[in-house]
Design a protein. Sequence first.
Length: 284
Amino acid sequence: MRLFSQRKGIKPIKNIIQVDSVDKELRNRLWNGLSIFYWNIANEGSSMLLSYYADLKYLCIMLWNNFFKYPLDDLENYWPNTYKKIKEFFFNCEWYDVYDFIEFIVNNYEDESVNQAFIIFCNSVLESELSAYRFVDKKVTQITSEEEISEIEEALKVSKPLKAVNTHLRRSLELLADKKNPDYRNSIKESISAIESICKIITHDKKATLGQTLTEIESKVELHPALKKAFSNLYGYTSDAQGIRHALLDESKLDFEDAKFMLVSCSAFVNYLITKTSKASIKI
C-alpha cells in the first residue's frame, strides 16, 4: 500500500517537480506540440513525400546528420516512415534526450515564427506539468535548482515533530503540485502560515503577530535584522489589500514561480530558525 505522502504526491519531490524525469503526460504533451507546429504540415498535407515540404525536409536532414548522426541515405523521402522513426525515438529516449530534442528543433527549423509559437506552447506545458525547466532564449534552462529542492525536503524532514509547521508546508506543496487544479494563492498562504506557526512555537505565544514573534526571536537567537525585515515584508505582501489572504473578487496574478519562491523561501527560513534555536538551546 502506498503511504499517505505518496498518495498525496509529496515525495519524492524531485519527481513531483520534474527535475530528473519526464513523466508520460509531459512527454505526450510535448510531442503534441511537435505535431501541431512541425509534423502536421506533412501529416495533413496532400503529399506523403518529404521533398514537398522544404522547411521540414531541411529539419530532418539536420536531425539525421547532427542529432541522430544517422547516414543521410537512410533518411527516407516517404514521410510516414521518417515520422515513425522520429516518434519511436521520442517515446523511448531518456528524459534528458526529450529536452535535447525539442531544443534542437527550435534551433534548426527555419521558420522563426513557428519556433516562437512552439516555445510559448512548451513553456505553458512545462509549467502546468511541474517541470523544473523552461525555454529561455531558445535554450532549455533549469528554473528549479537542486538547492531549492533540498530546502523543501529538509524543511519537511526537520519540521516533522512540529505538526502545525509540517502540515502547512505539506499543504503548500500539495496545492503547488496539483497538476489538474494548482492553487498558487493558497499555496503561498500555507507557506507563510508555516513561518507564523514556527515563530509562535518558538515564542510560546499563540496570539502574537508574525512581526511581534520575529522581534522576540531576534533578541533570543541573534536573528539578522535583514532576515527579520525580509520576512516581515513577505508577510506584508501576503496580507495587504492586494495580497493573498483577502478574498478578492479579482484573483491576484500568481503563477508557479510565485508559489515556488514562497515555498522555497519559507522552507529555508524554517530550516534556519530550527538550527538557530537548537544552537541557542531553546526548546520548541
